[in-house]
Write a protein that binds this ligand. Structure first.
Ligand code: MN
Length: 347
């Protein structure tokens, strides 16, 4: 296992030197953020990022993410061009020592919450999703926490409209079309693809989602069997779907050698519908048994990258919701403990 930490590049309020000081940290998970989705990244940008990481004593082996252009997902006219660009980015990343690429295939929105600063009983705040609040959102006049900066209301509507005639089946076909072109490149340059599950794992605003369950994964891996076609086991994303057995999924896909990356975080269910709150990482804080999940990974030969996923906002840190230093560092320390104990128990 290699413990990593998400780093949003030079503009991140958390410097690399702080990340390096977290016990057990080996590297960062990052991306090029100043290029629009679908375009080819700048070699100089990657070069300077790699240099900065190296100077801080950190590896840069995981990219999260190379975004998949909406034309690829919706099967638009320019998809071949964008897939070609995607492959160029993979080759470029490989030149700089990248080994794993986390990405997703969710139309339009790659995560959704109804609140970014939900106040918890312990005084911290965290991201949350309320079934009832979500039901109140008017799809014709969309304003979503965290998304109003990324898209204008008109852009959101026109993006959603592009998927009007894209069924689940069509989206799956577009996904397989993409993977059949991308995976051979990955095999050649020594990169593995790790698809991030849908967050949360159900359809939203009529947009289909196809990486939500064990059934979805089995179908995807059967269509493109190479182990370079693998998974980011995001426990919080899968766990929000209450029919997902995350421990079983961790064991099953680790045994297949397909869990290349794990996002470890816990969630607490807050009603009997599908509402949840992002809790502290510990098993006792939420509804996922993090120790069982880590044991399932270790027992089944998991040897990939791990990062503590979203943390709570604690000690008045502020900053990007879910991506403060303090609670993610605490999460990393806890997760490191789980891995050490699991590995010893297995010997
Ligand atoms: Mn995640």
């Amino acid at each position: 296992m290699k413990m990593t930490f998400r780093w949003y590049g030079e503009k991140d309020s958390i410097p690399l030197s702080y990340i390096r000081e977290i016990p057990g940290m080996t590297g960062v998970v990052t991306a090029v953020y100043d290029v629009p989705p679908g375009e080819v990244w700048g070699r100089e940008t990657l070069e300077s990022m790699k240099k900065a990481c190296g100077a801080a004593g950190l590896e840069m082996e995981v990219i999260e993410s190379i975004p998949v252009h909406e034309d690829i997902k919706s099967g638009g006219a320019n998809r071949d061009l964008y897939i070609e660009n995607y492959c160029k980015n993979l080759e470029l990343c490989a030149e700089f020592g990248v080994k794993c690429v986390c990405y997703n295939f969710m139309p339009v929105f790659d995560w959704l919450r109804t609140e970014l600063r939900h106040k918890n009983a312990d005084g911290s705040d965290s991201l949350s999703y309320s079934h009832d609040d979500f039901a109140k959102i008017d799809p014709a006049n969309l304003h979503l926490p965290g998304w109003d900066e990324s898209y204008t209301p008109e852009e959101m509507q026109s993006l959603i409209a592009r998927y009007k005639n894209v069924s689940r089946e069509q989206l799956f076909e577009n996904f397989v079309y993409f993977l059949k072109k991308v995976i051979p490149v990955c095999e050649r340059v020594g990169i593995v693809m790790a698809v991030h599950p849908d967050d949360p794992p159900w359809n939203v605003f009529g947009l289909p989602r196809i990486v939500s369950s064990e059934e979805d994964l089995d179908r995807l891996f059967a269509a493109v069997p190479s182990v370079a076609n693998g998974l980011t086991l995001c426990t919080g994303s899968f766990g929000a779907g209450r029919s997902n057995d995350v421990v079983h999924m961790a064991a099953k896909y680790a045994a297949q050698g397909r869990v290349h990356f794990a996002h470890l975080r816990n969630i607490k269910y807050t009603d009997d519908k599908d509402s949840f709150c992002e809790s502290g990482h510990l098993s006792c804080n939420g509804d996922l048994d993090m120790a069982d999940i880590v044991c399932a990974l270790v027992d089944n030969g998991f040897n990939g990258y791990v990062r503590p996923d979203h943390g709570r906002n604690i000690w008045d840190e502020g900053g990007k919701p879910g991506y403060g230093l303090y609670d993610r560092a605490l999460g990393a320390a806890y997760i490191n403990g789980l891995f050490e104990m699991s590995a010893k128990r297995c010997r």
